[in-house]
Design a binder for this molecule. Sequence first.
Ligand SMILES: Nc1ncnc2c1ncn2[C@@H]1O[C@H](COP(=O)(O)OP(=O)(O)OP(=O)(O)O)[C@@H](O)[C@H]1O
Length: 615
Amino acid sequence: MTTAPPMPAPQVPSPASEGPPDSGIRPLRALLQQARPYRLVLLGSLLLALAASACGLVQPLVARAVLDALADSTAVTGALVLLGVLVVAGAVLTGFQSWWQQRTSEQVVRSIRRGLVFRLIRLKVAELDSRPPGDLVARVTSDSALVQNAATQGLVMITNGALTVAGAIVLMGTVHLGLLGVTLAVLLGTGALLGLILPRIREAVARAQNSVGAIGAALDRSLGAARTVKANGAESRETAHAEAAIEEAYEAGLTGAKYVALVQVLSGVAIQAAFLAVLGVGGALVASGDLDASQLIAFLLYVFYLASPIASLLGGLGMLQQGLGAIVRIEQVRHLPAEDDVDPTGHTAPHTERSTPAPPVEFDAVHFAYPGRDPALRGVSFTVPGATRTALVGLSGAGKTTMFALLQRFYEPHAGAIRIGGQDIALMPRVEVRRRIAYVEQESPVMAGTLRDNLRYAATGAGDEEIAEVLRLTRLDSLIAGLPDGLDTEVGNRGVTLSGGERQRLAIARALLRRPEVLLLDEATAQLDASNEQALREAVDQAARRCTVILIAHRLSTVTDAEQIIVLEGGGIRAAGSHDDLVGTDTLYRELAASQMLVPAVADRPPGPDARLAL
Ligand SMILES: Nc1ncnc2c1ncn2[C@@H]1O[C@H](COP(=O)(O)OP(=O)(O)OP(=O)(O)O)[C@@H](O)[C@H]1O
C-alpha cells in the first residue's frame, strides 16, 4: 500500500504547477458572486459612505458662502454653524460606515471559508493525493482574506470614490467649465498611466499567494514528518525548502508594493498638477477679471477635495486587483471534483444494533490504474462469503490496499463491479457504502483529541458499556486504568503520546465499536506483541460471527485459520484457497509460508529476496 512515501530530495516548490487548472474561471465575476449575497448590506455601507462624502462635498460651498458673507459684511454665524455640523456629521458617518463595512467583510470571509472547508473535506481522494495540504490550507486562511477586502471594502471604495468624483466634477462644472476642462485633462492623462499599472498588482498578488501556498506546503511536509527530518539531520534542507518559497513571496510582495506605491505617487502628483494648472489658468482669469477670486478659491478647494475620493477610488481598484489575484486560487478549489454523496450533515451514523446477516463481498473483473501508472488491479474476481474471514496476501505492491480503497469508493474501478450484499456499490451513495464498512488503516491513524473522541469517531452513539467492552477486547482497559484522566486523556497530535501498538489497538477498538457489516483490516496487528496479537485475533474472530472480515496480512501466521486466503501478484489473483490447500498448490504462497517458518523450506527454490522483503 500506500505507506508514507519516502521524503524526496528538497526542491523549490513550483506553486503554479501544483495548483488546480484555472481555465474557465472569470475572476471579476467570481468576486462579484462572493459579494452578491451581501449586496443590500453593501448598499447600506455605500449610502453611509456617500452621506459622509456629501458632508465633505458641500463644505467648500458653505466655505464660499462664509467668504462671500465676510466680503459683503453680512452675518456669518448660520454658515459657520452649518460648517461645524457638516464636519461632525461627516466624522460620525465615517466611523459608523467603517464598522458596518468591517462587519460585512467578516461575514464575507466567513462565508468563503465555510464554503472552502466544506469543499476541501469532501474532495475526492484522488484530488487530495496530488495536492499539498499546506497549499490548500493557505487558500482558506490567506487568499480568503484578500478576497474579503476586495469584495467589500474594495467595491464600496470604488463605487463611493467614483460617485464622489462624479459629484465633485458636476459641482466644479457649476463653478467654472473652463477650469473643469483643465482639471479633467490632467486627471485623465494620469488615469491612462494607472490603467497600465493596476493589472501588474494583480499578477504580483497571484504570484505572492502561490508562494504563500508553497510555504504552507513546505511546512506541512517538514512538520508532518518532524521525526524523520530530525533523525536524518535534514533541518537545513527543509528550512531551505521553505525559504525558497518565502523568498519568492517576498519578491512578489515587493513587486506588488512597488506598483501600489507608484499608484499613490501618481494620484498625489495628479492632484498637485491639477491644482497648479487650475491656479495658473484661474489666476490669469482672475487677473483679467473673467473670474471672481471666491470662484477660484471654491474651485481650488474642490480640486483638493478630489484627493480623497480619488485615493479611495484608486485604493479600491488596488484592493480589487489583489482580490482578483486571490479569487482564482479559491475558485480552483471550488472547481475540483468533490464527493457529493457523503453525509450532508457531517454526522457519523448513530450506533445501532444490526439485525441483518453479514453480507457477502464480491469483486467482479475489477480493473483499476492510478493516474499515469501501470494497472494496479487487472481483472480481479473473487467472492468473500458473509460472516467469514478472507485474507489477502502477496508481495508488496500487489494491489491489496488498492482493493480496500475501491471497496470504500475512494476511487472508482475502470471496469468491472464490486458488490456488497449483491448490490453494486457504484450505484449506492458513498455515505451508504462507507456506513456499512469499518476500516483499520495500515498506519492506524489516531486523531488529535481524547481517547474517548477517537473511540466515538466512528460511532457517535456508542454508550459507556459498549466502549468498555471493546476496550476489554482490544486490551486497552489496563492502559486506560493507569491514566489519571482515563478516557479523557489527550492523545496528542496524530496520537503521538501512544505507542504504535496502542494506536493500532485503538484503531481496531474504534472499528469494532461501529459494528460494521464489513470489517477491513490492513496490517492491523503488525505492530502488536504476540500476546496482544492473539487477543486481537480472538476479537476479530468474534467480530467475524456478525460481520464479513477481509484482512491484509504479511505475517501469514495471523491468517492461517482464515476461511479463504487469496494470493495476489502484480494486480491479479494468482491462487485462492485455505492455508493447507495453498501450501500444497501455490509455489509463491509456499515460499512465503516457508520464509516465515510455517512450513519446511522449499528444497528446489529457496525464498527470494523479494519474498523476504514483503514479509
Ligand atoms: N495513491 C496512489 N497513487 C498512485 N499509485 C499508487 C497509489 N497507491 C498505491 N499506488 C501504487 O499501486 C500499486 C499497488 O499498491 P497497493 O498499495 O495496493 O499495494 P499493496 O499490495 O497494498 O502493497 P503493501 O503490501 O506494500 O502495502 C503499487 O504499485 C503502488 O505504488
